[in-house]
Design a binder for this molecule. Sequence first.
Ligand SMILES: Nc1ncnc2c1ncn2[C@@H]1O[C@H](COP(=O)(O)OP(=O)(O)OP(=O)(O)O)[C@@H](O)[C@H]1O
Ligand SMILES: [Mg+2]
Length: 300
Amino acid sequence: MERQTKVIAIANQKGGVGKTTTVVNLAAALSARRRAVLVIDLDPQAHATLGLGLEKQQGVSMYPVLIGLKDIADVIQPTKWNNLNVIPSEVDLAGAEVELAMREDRLSVMRNALAPVKESGAFDYIVLDCPPSLGLVMTSALAATDSVLIPTQAEYLAMDGLALITSSIEKLRAGVNPSLELNGIVFTMVNSVARLTQDVIAEVRNHFDDKVYETVIPRNVRVSEAPSMGTPVVFLDPRSKGAEAYKAFAWEFMAKNPTRVQVQKSSVPPAPEPKAADESEGISDNPVPSTQQTDAPADA
Ligand SMILES: Nc1ncnc2c1ncn2[C@@H]1O[C@H](COP(=O)(O)OP(=O)(O)OP(=O)(O)O)[C@@H](O)[C@H]1O
Ligand SMILES: [Mg+2]
């Protein structure tokens, strides 16, 4: 099996739609499936960093990499869970907008910065948490990524927001990133009993067809409590509705975005393989952290 690293930007110019929650829990669920994941926090709010249990640390972010002061390998931090790494955010990253504005290579700088880690094949997925704006950080992330995953709430004017970001994707595809794809749309914080919710979901599915993920993330209080514990809800409370939904979403995501490809070395067909260990295990309800288990409470 050969690994093909996929870069996915999780983006929506609208604030508070569940981007960071999706980054943190998708990454956590993928890591529990033994996929090597690197989260890159591109938002100076640093919510993904904190949600993955890391502290902000000056000089440890994409900022010094973007300005050529550090190698990307020097800012990759492990989390307390196996297969789950992060390039944190910190206050300096707020300067990236201004820095990029002054650079002629502003649209290629992020892509060039990511190239060594993408080419190293060390990760299955590199997941970028974008800030809520159509600014230069988000644009440079779209220029650097293979695909864009858009979390959205199922509410009035959702289609307008989706139209805005998909037109940005079109512009980048026509310019610096011709292979940029819409990875998909995932509904977050869904209150499934509301009539409007169902209408919006139907309208978006009608327009974007199979680009809309089947899995829908429900509104769930455990999801909103997890960030303050610095632990993704899929690890904190794996049986909660929110965690179950994110695990199902990660499964669907992996099927649609495979990174392990069979390399045919000879014309002799390979013997049938036993079911791969990492596929059959499922997401453990108690993923083993690389260090001691946290003081997270048992299943509530
Ligand atoms: N499924 C959910 N159920 C309940 N609360 C949720 C859920 N998803 C996200 N939230 C909460 O909603 C708020 C916004 O979510 P989040 O920070 O993920 O959005 P965001 O799009 O990254 O925001 P920003 O645009 O500020 O970066 C957070 O307080 C989060 O805990
Ligand atoms: Mg966010």
